[in-house]
Design a protein around this ligand. Sequence first.
Ligand code: UT7
Length: 368
Amino acid sequence: MPYAHITGWGCAAPEKILTNADLEQIVDTTNEWILERTGIHERRIAREDESTASLGLKAAWRALEMANIKPGEIDLIICATSTPEYIFPATACIIQDKLGASRAGAFDLSAACSGFIYGLNMGSQAIRSEALQTVLVIGAETLSRVTNWQDRNTCVLFGDGAGAFVLQASDQPGGVLSAVMRSDGSGAGLLSVPAGGSKHPATVETVKAGMHTIRMDGREVFRFATRVMAQATREVAEAAGLTIQDLQWIVPHQANFRIIDAAARGLKLPIERFIINLEKYGNTSTASIPLAVCEAAADGRIKVGDRIVLVGFGAGLTWGALAAEWTGPLPDGHQRIRPAISRFWARIRSFFQRFGRFIEGLIWGHKA
Ligand code: UT7
């Protein structure tokens, strides 16, 4: 059974920065409140000409470059997002076209902030089952487009960004080790964008009522998050045959420093074992985990051989975790064992097909 390795990663964030001081000018809030209650200093906001697909595309190119593969080698593109370009077609298809990933299937995955973990798990399962060789998983968001800039309870929290991982089959042990995916739809009303779907299609009234922007019961979501983060981390580590102490890094969904701190206490781990960058980006939903991984891999905190857990929660309610052994780009020999075999058989098949057509031509040509 092949292993699913994370062989490339990339991220992208808009250049425009919105600081807490900027927010003080927009709503009744203070830098002190935001910092103390969330840990967020600033967030990135997409320019008008940027979108979920353009950010996702940038992250995807960087991930492909890192993995040293061409778009034509991708079998499947999964784009986890809560802020797709359209209701349909899928944002993943827009990215597929711009990449020129001519043989890839593409679809969007809606599991809110847990979406990147869900997508990675789906991609790695497809590789483990030998159905696919190479999967591109993207988490991309422009939450600023569904933020109510008059609501201080929510507008101080969110930001825009994207991250992408390339998953590839290899016979070398490592890569994704285990995953858990959970949901509790009874909490659907705690965090949502109520209108714009089929239940409340866009009307003048829904727009006037602000129903196309994020509504959240922050306290309840907070309670739920602190309950599930430690529990999912424990579960996924156990499924991978690891103890919490075996983990070098936990990469949590970057929603609120206090939630991460509670998870650290729940797991009896020092906070230093958690990768945190929410102070710079705020909560970027599906993009938050890959953005944090990218930074930590780039500055050398996450190293080859490290065992890491990605853990997140979000609207739905959904939550999940994924354990992986970090390998990075694979050396050439290990990377394409299976594609090389497939290419060999494809050539043999094609030779016999051409040979068959040649013989057929000879026979029919003769008869004519
Ligand atoms: O990806 C998943 C997305 N969601 C989350 O992760 C959200 C999880 N929840 C949270 O992170 C926290 O609940 C919040 C950061 C949203 C809020 O923190 P809190 O400590 O739970 O505050 P609270 O909602 O209990 O509000 C405390 C007070 C309220 O005033 P009163 O009712 O006590 O007078 C709020 O009106 O703080 C007020 N408040 C603010 N004050 C200044 C709420 N937002 C602000 C603000 N600035 N931006």
